[in-house]
Ligand binder design. Structure first.
Ligand code: PRP
Length: 204
């Protein structure tokens, strides 16, 4: 039995499609249910940022999570495979009528990714005051909470609708398959069996 933690939303749907294809069966969560048991798999519906917590603690053997979350939290997990779904970018955003001005004595940055942001601005030797938020990041520059944001951009619609634009791209991201370190050893056969099946689907 393998327990697989999936992030709520489109990535979960796309991952379950991969499972449906492999096992020629429907893999669908019932309305509002957070656990789906099917054959030798148990799927957990988890918030994106919480996936590494479930996997590092062994509550899930396998997880699907964005590279952005892995880079932000640097969890002790085995990175198995890039699934090539859930593609997005981590970007610096600014008000549409402004340009980046890193010569300011300090720049206020709102983000839910403080570690990626700190590393990025430190490398550029820019004094950044990082303001940690949990969502609706695009709001911060509109009400004077921050000068710029660091956030995930998928279609760009949220920034556009809020009068912001991408100023720089920090990294590309996509959903990755990860494994708990102990499960990777103890359930090696099951993990590898799944890994190979998913690899074949993802590559084709
Ligand atoms: C992300 C991100 C943006 C939005 C970008 O939030 O923080 O708000 O998606 O997508 P777009 O470029 O297609 O408009 P998400 O919906 O993942 O919610 P979260 O804040 O709960 O992580």
């Amino acid at each position: 039995m393998l327990t697989v933690a999936l992030p709520k939303g489109r990535i979960a749907d796309d991952t379950l499609k991969i499972f449906s294809e492999i096992f020629s069966d429907d893999f669908l969560f019932e309305d509002r249910k957070l656990i789906l048991q099917k054959g030798n798999f148990k799927f957990l519906m988890v918030r994106n940022q919480d996936i590494p917590v479930y996997v590092t603690n062994g509550a899930a053997d396998i997880g699907v999570v964005g590279l952005d979350v892995l880079e932000e939290h640097k969890p002790e997990v085995v990175r198995l495979l890039d699934l090539g779904i859930g593609k997005c970018r981590v970007c610096v955003g600014i008000r549409q009528n402004e340009e980046l001005d890193y010569s300011l004595p300090e720049i206020k940055v709102a983000t839910k990714m403080p570690n990626i942001s700190k590393t990025y601005f430190a490398k550029k030797a820019i004094a950044a005051n990082i303001i940690k938020l949990y969502g609706s990041i695009e709001l911060a520059p509109l009400v004077g909470l921050a000068d710029i944001i660091v956030d995930v951009v998928e279609t760009g619609a949220t920034m556009k609708q809020n009068g912001l634009k991408v100023a720089e791209t920090i990294m590309d991201s996509s959903a990755h398959l990860i494994a708990n370190k102990t499960s990777y050893i103890v359930k090696r056969d099951e993990v590898f069996n799944l890994f190979y099946k998913i690899s074949n689907i993802v590559k084709s």
